[in-house]
Design a binder for this molecule. Structure first.
Ligand SMILES: Nc1ncnc2c1ncn2[C@@H]1O[C@H](COP(=O)(O)OP(=O)(O)O)[C@@H](O)[C@H]1O
Ligand SMILES: O=P(O)(O)O[C@H]1O[C@H](CO)[C@@H](O[C@H]2O[C@H](CO)[C@@H](O)[C@H](O)[C@H]2O)[C@H](O)[C@H]1O
Length: 480
């Protein structure tokens, strides 16, 4: 992606170098020049955010990809200013899509005085530059900012590099609230009618969390809330998806909470697991009808296995506790490679990509929906958008039953085993084929998922590491 502007702030040397910037219609006088004065605050704040994916590696600087003044930053204005930034965060040895680092979306509120109700959103006071003396804060926590975003969706169109689109009319005057969830992104709920997900780490190319729900909506699949509106940035040849507004499923509870509640009550979760299998199969069937389904021939099987091996090796480097299990885990991948070598092929299609209990919502009427089609956030976007065997999703859910059972004391492995069976039965009933019919492929995907989880937990929730590590031990010991 070409940088829309090239202001770069080198934090390591505590120096600021400014190169030429391209004029931008909404940048306002000096908007791009603001980054150097905001960088020290961002350097403290960004790495602490739940959505920051580069944890554990130092931040060495920031460069500006795009800046848009959504609300004027004029110091004489009575209300807040709102600065929309796309910022590349420089980190050594990083960058899914860019060698220097990943690009993040920030919505920064600017006020002369921060009201007490926004104290929790405070980032800090700017000490230099045009905003000196003013307070910077997380804009999404400010209802005035949230209202303004909704207004943009109600009246779509372009604002500098930002483009707002909608599929249907949106009513005015919906009260906003920030969703208080442990998330990879940030979400705002409007009047319990809509939920707006703001993507934090953004990549060139349509995000599958917009692409797949739109395709499923066109296909008439009611298992996924269909996007009502979205916004993107044009900063290079491909758009960056920035946010999606969709219907809010009021009163729905996620599968993770429900599974834990069942465990706490000493109950099985079998009708739920069966229904989840059915919902997954219906989504897969609709995705296969809506989007291409190239078969996974020998060369692509090799590629699939090579990716799994590569991820295992990378994870073992990052988490040394994995190292003793690498040979055992490799047998799962070798078994698929061997089958591929005999000319055996598999069907492939677009899938959810990161399916787990927390991505399922059960409505008050007991109807299950699937959400969050972004795929595994750590994977490069082209890979997340590539067709894959549907067992990838099945494996994700099977792992999730294991997670739920492991996070409850005393550990009840039979509970998880029964859920896994019920889920596969529900899936088979709706899909017409049982995911357990391809045991090598399923085991390889479960192994790949457990490896991903080890890395995820090591980076984000080290206390949870024993959960996927227990599965690693089991999978490494399983006969090939
Ligand atoms: N359409 C929806 N209706 C109700 N709640 C939702 C909806 N979409 C998401 N949520 C809630 O928001 C949370 C985070 O959404 P998700 O898409 O998983 O974001 P992230 O990618 O940041 O994890 C979910 O766990 C769920 O509780
Ligand atoms: O929901 P996200 O897209 O942010 O997914 C990431 O975080 C999940 C945890 O919040 C993580 O899921 C893992 O923990 C879950 C329990 O909290 C468990 O149900 C899942 O099976 C397990 O993978 C997910 O892997 C990660 O991508």
């Amino acid at each position: 992606m070409s940088e829309a502007a090239s202001t770069r702030v080198a934090l390591a040397k505590n120096t600021t170098s400014r190169k030429t910037t391209r004029r931008h219609p909404t940048s306002g006088t000096g908007t791009k020049a603001l980054l150097p004065s905001l960088a020290p605050l961002l350097h403290e704040w960004v790495p602490r955010q739940r959505w920051f994916a580069g944890k554990g590696r130092p931040v060495t600087g920031f460069s500006l990809v795009a800046a848009t003044e959504i609300l004027p930053l004029d110091a004489t204005a009575t209300g807040p200013g709102l600065l929309h930034l796309l910022v590349r965060v420089h980190q050594p040895g990083s960058g899914q899509a860019h060698p220097q680092g990943d690009c993040y979306q920030l919505l920064l509120g600017v006020r002369t005085a921060l009201p007490q109700r926004l104290a929790g959103a405070r980032i800090g006071q700017v000490t230099e530059g045009p905003l000196a003396g003013r307070t910077l804060y997380e804009g999404l926590h400010d209802p005035r900012v949230a209202d303004l975003l909704l207004e943009r969706f109600r009246n779509p169109g372009s604002l500098g590099p930002l483009h707002f689109d909608r599929a249907e009319p949106i009513p005015p005057g919906l009260t906003p609230r920030v969703l208080d969830a442990e998330q990879s992104n940030s979400s705002l709920v409007f009047g319990d009618a809509f939920i707006l997900k703001i993507f934090r780490r953004v990549f060139p190319g349509t995000n599958p969390d917009l692409e797949l729900p739109l395709a499923l909506g066109r296909e008439g699949c009611g298992r996924v809330p269909a996007p009502v509106a979205w916004f993107e940035a044009a900063t290079g040849p491909e758009p960056l998806t920035l946010g999606v507004l969709q219907p809010f499923l009021r009163g729905a509870r996620d599968g993770w909470q429900l599974a834990l509640a069942a465990l706490a009550a000493g109950r099985d979760f079998l009708p739920e697991a069966h229904a989840l299998g059915r919902a997954t199969a219906e989504v897969h069937t609709a995705l296969a009808a809506a989007l291409p389904t190239p078969p996974l021939a020998h060369d692509r099987t090799r590629h699939l296995v090579a990716g799994m091996v590569e991820r295992l090796e990378a994870a073992a480097q990052a988490v040394p506790a994995l190292v003793p299990y690498v040979p055992g885990l490799r047998t799962a991948f070798d078994a698929v490679a061997a089958l591929g070598g005999t000319g055996r092929g598999w069907d492939a299609q677009r899938v959810h990509g990161d399916l787990h209990l927390g991505q399922t919502l059960c409505g008050e009427d007991g109807f299950w929906s699937l959400i969050d089609f972004e795929g595994e956030p750590a994977r490069p976007l082209p890979e997340r958008r590539s067709p894959q065997p549907t067992v990838r999703d099945v494996a994700g859910m099977l792992r999730s039953f294991d997670y739920a059972a492991r996070s409850h004391h005393p550990w009840n492995p039979e509970w998880a085993a029964r859920c896994r069976t019920a889920y596969c039965e529900g899936y088979a009933r709706a899909a017409g084929s049982d995911p357990r019919g391809e045991p090598e492929l399923l085991r390889a995907h479960e192994t790949d998922k457990a490896v991903y989880e080890v890395l995820y937990e090591a980076r984000h929730r080290p206390d949870w590491l024993p959960v996927p590590m227990a599965a690693i031990q089991r999978l490494a010991a399983a006969p090939a």
